[in-house]
Design a protein around this ligand. Structure first.
Ligand code: 0PR
Length: 388
């Protein structure tokens, strides 16, 4: 660090240089991100609460009651108004909290379990690997069926007396698939096992698409076996990052991981992060109020419209799609060149692509920043690559 500071103008000139090297969502070139440009109303709300710290809610009582309120709004959206939870940094923290609650609660109920295990689909986000590592859980991966959803028979085979949680995903990271959560719910009720649903991606779109007749599978607290749900406002919710959500059916799950905070006005915390921003809560609250169901329906509907355009266009350009999209993700590969080669060609044309690991394919997440005109340019490039 220099002895003396430099002028603000110089600081910002240098900052601008860094920023100019970043990609922008508005270019339409970011094809593999689940984040998007934050909605201006969310940004304004975020800025208004920049100094509020939910790690010490005694000082920020207004923000705390806003968090309680927004958790109730999210619960309402997901089948149960009377729920508990927090607005946190994202899906990773939410999934770690859920696994921590499942482990602690189950071990309190059954102290004979010595080596706790969890069952997740092969398609689960890597945050469960982090959770398993941090919480000393054995991670069992259930195989997928032919449409890349968790195979129920495989789950049943993996259940043991040490199973403390089963995880289903509503909107998988790589393909946007929705696991058969209703079947998982029944299995968990029969076997008295904690069920967590990772709806980090799908939570902000499935309920809205169902309102307009999509008939996507049930995945929320309406299913009695579901104990917790991850839902990320910073993905399809359009909130600024970092904004995640974790919801629990009952307070006892949060209590199972509560840690005393003796010198604070509120004397316990269940979140992993201590000092945590109230700004994310404000953005989530503001956007739910401002956009309402109508606004979010419009966003999901538009993304699905662009997804269908892309899906059809990819097939018409001679490529092979991995599976029919349930949500706004399209995965495809070339019949002639490898996935890596195709990715390289697209990258050389300025597209930021992402490759799925299972199965290997190019994966495009049709977030709100990807518009019809971007898809048309992309399809032209894909046709050219294929020699059309
Ligand atoms: N659960 C699911 C189903 C997810 O897809 C993700 C992240 C998480 C949990 C973890 O969420 P956080 O990243 O908020 O902790 N899915 C994206 C992914 O890994 C995250 C992402 C977003 C990656 C934007 C890249 C990017 O540019 O692909």
């Amino acid at each position: 660090m220099e002895e003396k500071g430099i002028s603000k103008t110089e600081v910002f000139k240098k900052l601008r240089e860094f920023k100019d090297r970043d990609m922008t969502y508005s270019s339409g070139k970011i094809l593999g991100s689940m984040c998007t440009f934050p909605h201006p109303v969310g940004l304004e709300a975020y800025q208004m609460f920049m100094e509020s710290n939910l790690g010490d809610p005694g000082l920020f009582k207004g923000t705390k009651s806003m968090e309680t309120d927004v958790i109730r709004l999210l619960g309402d959206l997901l089948g149960k108004r009377d729920i508990h939870g927090n607005i946190i940094t994202g899906g990773t923290e939410a999934n770690i909290m859920a696994m921590r609650a499942a482990r602690n609660f189950t071990l309190q109920e059954d102290p004979t379990i010595t080596d706790p295990e969890i069952i997740v689909p092969k398609s689960a986000h890597f945050s469960f690997k982090k959770a398993a590592d941090m919480l000393c859980l054995k991670l069992n991966e259930a195989v997928l069926d032919s449409s890349y959803r968790i195979d129920i028979k495989s789950v049943e085979e993996l259940i043991s007396k040490n199973t403390v949680a089963i995880v289903g995903v509503a909107g998988t990271t790589e393909l946007g698939k929705i696991d058969p959560i209703e079947d998982l719910s029944n299995i968990c009720l029969e076997n008295n096992i904690y069920l967590h649903v990772d709806a980090a991606f799908g939570g902000y779109s499935i309920p809205f698409l169902n309102e307009i007749g999509y008939e996507l599978p049930k995945f929320d607290f309406g299913l009695r076996g579901v104990c917790s749900i991850t839902i990320d406002p910073h993905k399809m919710g359009l909130a600024p990052i970092p904004t995640g959500g974790i919801l629990f059916r009952e307070k006892k799950y949060l209590d199972s991981m509560s840690i005393e905070t003796p010198y604070l006005t509120e004397n316990s915390q269940s979140t992993i992060v201590g000092t945590r921003t109230g700004a994310s809560t404000a953005a989530t609250w503001a956007l739910m109020k401002y956009l309402g169901k109508e606004g979010y329906i419009k966003i999901s509907k538009e993304c699905m419209k662009v997804t269908k355009l892309l899906y059809r266009g990819i097939i018409d350009s001679g490529y092979e799609v991995v599976t029919e999209p349930q949500l706004n993700i399209v995965a495809f590969r070339s019949k002639e060149i490898s996935v890596d080669e195709l990715a390289e060609k697209l990258e050389s044309l300025g597209w930021a692509v992402s490759k799925s690991s299972y199965p290997r394919a190019i994966r495009i997440i049709v977030m709100p920043h990807i518009k019809e005109n971007h898809v048309n340019i992309l399809l032209d490039d894909l046709k050219r690559i294929n020699g059309y």
